[in-house]
Structures are given as C-alpha cells and as structure tokens.
Design a protein around this ligand. Structure first.
Ligand SMILES: Cc1cc2nc3c(=O)[nH]c(=O)nc-3n(C[C@H](O)[C@H](O)[C@H](O)COP(=O)(O)OP(=O)(O)OC[C@H]3O[C@@H](n4cnc5c(N)ncnc54)[C@H](O)[C@@H]3O)c2cc1C
Ligand code: FES
Length: 347
C-alpha cells in the first residue's frame, strides 16, 4: 500500500525533502542527498537529534535511549526514529561530511546462504531485489518480520571503488549472537535460505578512503570483524591502492573468539602487504596462547606496537562501544590527527 508523503522543511534554509509516513526523517533526508548528521541509525547514539518547530510526528521507538527526558521536554526528536504524520518544519544543523555518496535504498531481499565463523559468529548472505551500491566499510539496516525496529549490520563484502556507480545485489554480513538479543537470535535460529527481509542502506561514514596515501591500520573487536574485512578486501582489490600496506588487529575476549585471518590470507598480495595480529583480553596467565597471539586489550597492543607511528597511518576501527572509547583515548593521547580515524561504534 502506498504511503502518504509529507514535506519536511529545514527552518532558516531553502532546503526541504519528501518523507513517506513509513520512513524516518534521517533516512528520507539522506535518500534526498541532505547531509543529516547521524551515526548508529538505531536510536542509541543521539547524534541525529533535531528540534521540531511545526507539525506533528510519531516515534518508531519512543523509549529510544538516544533521547533524554530533557530532550523530549524541549520538543527534540531523533531523526532515525521520527516519522512524519503531516508536513513538518524542523531545526537542524546539517554537516557536509554526512552527504551520502550513494543515497540509501530500501529493498526486499532474501537470505541465500549462511556459514559458521566461530562458536557465536556467523556470516549471512542476502540477495537484494534492487541493487544497493555501497562503499567498503559501510552498514545496512535489516528489518526482520516480527522484530521491533531494524538492526544495523556492516557489510563484509567489498564495496564499489571510486568512479563506479553500478551496485551489486549481494550483501554479506557477519553477525555475533548476542545473549538474549532478539534480532541476532532471529537470524541464527529462525531465518532460513529463501526467507525474506527488508534491507535499507548504505549508511555510515567509516568507509574506505582510496585516495589517501597512508598505510592502513584496521582494528576489529568482537562483532566488528565485518567492516574491517570489507576495508581490507577493498584495499587489496583497489587499483588505486596498489602498494599500500595494511595491518589488521583483532581483539577477542577468548582464544575461541579469534577469527578473520582466513578471510585475509586469500587476498592477492596479502603475504607482501598485509599483517594480522590477534589480541586476547580474557585469557588468564596460566592459559597458553597460540604462537603469535598477544595478551591484553587491543588498544594497548596497538599503542605498544606502533606508538608515534600511528600518526602516519589511516586508521579504521569497529566494535563494541567500550573498545571504541579506549581506542579513541589512546589515539588522542598519541596525538593521532582525528581526520585519519574512521569508526562505527556498535550499539
Ligand atoms: C553501525 C552499526 C553496525 C553494526 N554492525 C554489526 C555487525 O557487523 N555485526 C554484528 O554482529 N553486530 C553489529 N552491530 C550490532 C547490531 O546492530 C545489534 O545491536 C546486535 O546484533 C544486537 O541485536 P539483537 O537484536 O540481537 O539485540 P537486542 O538487544 O534485541 O537489540 C539491540 C538493538 O536493537 C535496537 N532496538 C532494540 N529495541 C528496539 C525497538 N523497540 N525499536 C527499534 N530498535 C530497537 C537497539 O538500538 C539495538 O541496536 C552494529 C551496530 C551498529 C550501530
Ligand atoms: S543516529 Fe539516531 S540515535 Fe544514533
């Protein structure tokens, strides 16, 4: 059934965009090339806040943690959770860095394959009905039947390169089973090949910068494997990046969680240009680690390995918010310019 579409006016500007009643303000703005600031897209980070000046809207998730009671009292909303029920005027400060290279598309998709990576991490491959162009490192939203709200999952397959615009129809994601989590449980326990979902993407700013000459450091923690594998795959297949070296750090809690190396060693020239380092934080002193593994937290391992040399690297990371915060602090302490650091925190 077609949905009513309303005009969203950005106060104090000549910018406006159409938004269907079953879309959110953030996603509709990005579909129309408007640089609406955001990060998680799932109601958690609060980066997509705006102020409602005129009109009536509804929230997909009124209790979303990204909005405080004070925000609600001030008529603020989350762009990623707000749906229009009529024309709106909103106050929003856009920022060019959020302008999408590829406007997000919503498309039905079907699961075509899945495979186990570790005891709690699996890969799921979807075929989308419409092509979904994306850049290596970006993520998509997957809406599953019976689950409230979409879940954000990063693509692990390689995205498009600069100058390309023809997107493919395959989306590969790597998902960690979260104890008690509804979306991940649905993927692991209920979704079968042939089952359909809705995919909306691409989103995210932590995409591969092909034009930067610096060597690359990828740091993945836990379920943050997928976007870092995508960045590595992009680096080793981009003709513009030939010769660029890439170091890949994977931070795991336990030995059995370590993964990713088999996806990297098959890349062309990995032996000459790539290195992989596993770091295990939860192993006790008596536990024997496989040869080459480091003990401790991944942010400490990165600092000890590279120190000041981090200032000359292009750094990508993905994983749990706690890892992200520790890593950011380490990079700031080591005076790494923040425009060389690209990340998505997994809420
Ligand atoms: C940018 C980004 C990229 C990510 N990439 C990956 C990845 O590659 N691999 C991976 O394993 N995980 C990834 N995650 C985490 C993933 O999106 C889920 O949070 C995780 O799988 C847990 O989901 P769950 O449904 O199992 O847990 P739950 O606890 O059931 O759900 C948690 C998630 O659902 C949202 N949510 C909960 N209730 C509602 C509601 N009523 N309405 C709307 N939303 C709701 C929350 O914001 C939260 O994101 C990513 C997260 C983000 C933000
Ligand atoms: S982008 Fe909306 S709360 Fe994170």
């Amino acid at each position: 059934m077609s949905q009513a579409v309303h005009t969203i006016q950005l106060a104090g500007t000549d910018q406006s965009f159409p938004c269907a009643e079953n879309d959110t303000l953030l996603r509709a703005a990005l579909r129309n090339g408007i640089a609406f600031p955001y990060e998680c897209n799932v109601g958690s980070c609060g980066n997509c806040k705006f102020e409602l000046l005129e009109g009536v809207m509804a929230s997909c998730w009124p209790e979303a943690p990204g909005l405080s009671d004070k925000d609600r009292a001030r008529n603020r909303g989350l762009g990623c959770q707000s749906r229009p029920t009529g024309p709106l005027q909103i106050k929003l400060r856009t920022s060019d860095k959020y302008a999408p290279q590829f406007p997000p598309v919503r498309t039905p998709a079907k699961l075509i394959a899945s495979r186990v990576i570790t005891h709690d991490l699996s890969e799921f491959t979807f075929q989308t009905d419409a092509p979904m162009p994306f850049l290596s490192g970006q993520y998509a939203l997957i809406q599953m039947d019976g689950i409230a709200g979409p879940r954000a999952y990063s693509m692990s397959n390689v995205g498009l390169f600069s100058g390309e615009s023809q997107g493919g129809n395959l989306i590969e994601v790597q998902v960690r089973r979260v104890p008690g989590g509804q979306g991940s449980a649905h993927l692991f326990d209920h979704l079968k090949p042939g089952d359909r979902v809705e995919i909306d993407g691409p989103y995210g700013m932590a995409y591969l910068r092909e034009n930067i000459e610096r060597d690359i450091l990828c740091i993945a923690g836990g379920s943050g494997l997928a976007p870092m594998v995508s960045i590595a795959r992009g680096t080793f297949s981009s003709p513009r990046m030939a010769g660029r070296k890439l170091s890949f750090f994977y931070g795991a809690r336990a030995i059995q969680d370590v993964c990713g190396l088999d996806m990297l060693t098959t890349l062309p020239q990995w032996q000459e240009r790539g290195t992989y380092q596993a770091v295990v934080s939860g192993a006790n002193e008596e536990e024997h680690l496989p040869e080459g593994y480091l003990r401790g937290f991944v942010h400490d391992a990165v600092a000890q390995t590279y120190g000041d040399r981090l200032q000359q690297m292009e750094i990508y990371f993905a994983g749990p918010a706690m890892m992200g915060q520790s890593l950011l602090k380490t990079l700031i302490d080591l005076k790494v310019p923040m425009d060389q650091v690209h990340f998505d925190q997994f809420y």
